[in-house]
Design a protein around this ligand. Sequence first.
Ligand SMILES: [Zn+2]
Length: 413
Amino acid sequence: MLRRNSMAADPLFSSSARRRFERILGDIPGETAGPTIVFVAGLHGNEPAGALASERVAAALRQRGAALRGRVVFLSGNRQALAAGLRFVRRDLNRGWTEPQLARLCALPERALGDEDQEQRELCEALYRLERERRGRMIVIDLHTGSAPSPPFVSFGDTLLNRRLALSLPAPCILGLEEVVEGAFMSYWTDRGHASLAIEAGQHRDPESVERLVAALWLLLVASGCLRAGDVPDLAEQREHLRRASAACPPVVEVRHRHVVGSGQRFAMEPGFRSFSPVQRGQLLAHDERGPVLAPETGLLLMPRYQSQGEDGFFLVREVRPVWLKISEWLRRAGAPRVIPHLPGVRRDPARPGHLLVDPTVAFARVADVMHLCGFRRRGSVDKYLLFSTRRAVRPRRPARSAAMAVRPERPS
Ligand SMILES: [Zn+2]
C-alpha cells in the first residue's frame, strides 16, 4: 500500500526534498594505500535517502578517525533534480552511460551543456579523476530508493568480483537487470573493470530507507577492506537490521521481464503491490492507454512504478537456487568461458572485439542460461544471432566500427 499521506507529513520529505547537495558529500583519505570506494547518491533526484545516508556515514568516519585504508568518497548524482525534487529534469541520469555518449559530452564546450548533460559530465569527470588517482581497486556503489514499498536488494553485473561484494550484504541479489536496462550507471563501471553494485533501499520518503543505506554503507566499507570489522562497533546490529528487512525474500533472483512505459502512455499500477509481491501469469498489474497490463508469466514483482516519471513500469523476477551460483563460479574458475567460443553455433564477432555471436538454432540447449553461468552478458541480437559480450574492461573512447551490424536490444530469454 502506498503511504502518500504519511509521506507528505514525513520530516524527511519536508526537510530534504529540493535540497541543493554539494557534488562531493565526503572525500576521506585513508592512512594506508587500499581500495577507492565511491558511493554515488541521488542519480534520481527524488531519492535523497542515499545523500542523507552518505552525509551521516562521512561525518561518522571523520569523527571516529578510524584507521582507514584507501579512500572513501561520497558523490551526489543529479544535483539539479535533487534540488527540484524530481526523478530527472529532462532525461534519466541512470541511462546513457556508454562510451560514445560520454565521449560526446566530454568533447562539448561546457556552456553548451544543460541539466542532465551537465550532471553526467561533472559526475563522469569526478569518477575518471578518482580512477586516475586510485592506488588499489576501485568500487562504485550506486544508491537508490523506489516509489513502492520494498525490502532492500542489490543488483549488479554478474562478475565474480561483484558477486563477492554483493553477497557480503544480507539482502536479495538481482541478476540480469543490466541486460534489460541499456546504459545503466553501474554497468558502465563494471565494464571498465571495476566492482560496481546498485542498492535499492526501500521507499523514497521512508526514513527506514536511510537507516538501511547507512547499514549497507558500513558493511561495504568493511567488505571492501577500507575498514576493519573491529572499527565499526555496531556492525553486527547493522547487519541484523538489513537482514531483518528482507528476511522473507529469496536470496537470489533473476530478471525475466521488464515492462517498458513509453512517453505519453498513461501507465498506472494497480494499488497494493510492492517489490517481491508474488504474481500469477495473466494477473492484472496495471493499466495504460491501450487497456489492462497483465503479468506475462508467474513470478515476483520488482519495482512497480507508483510515480509519474521513468520508463520502467515494473520488472518480473524468479528465484535462482543459490547452488547455481556455486556451479557458475566453479565453471568460471575451471576455464569454461574459454571453451564457449569453440562450441557449435558460437563464433567471435569480427566487428566487435570481446563479443560472441550465437546461432540459437545450432547451439546447445538453454544457450542463454549456459552463457550466463559462464559470465557472458546478453547484449541483444544481430540478425538471427544472439549477441553476448565477455566482461573484459571496455577501452575508453573507442569509436564503434562502421562495419558493425546494428544491435537490437532485447528482453532476456
Ligand atoms: Zn533510482
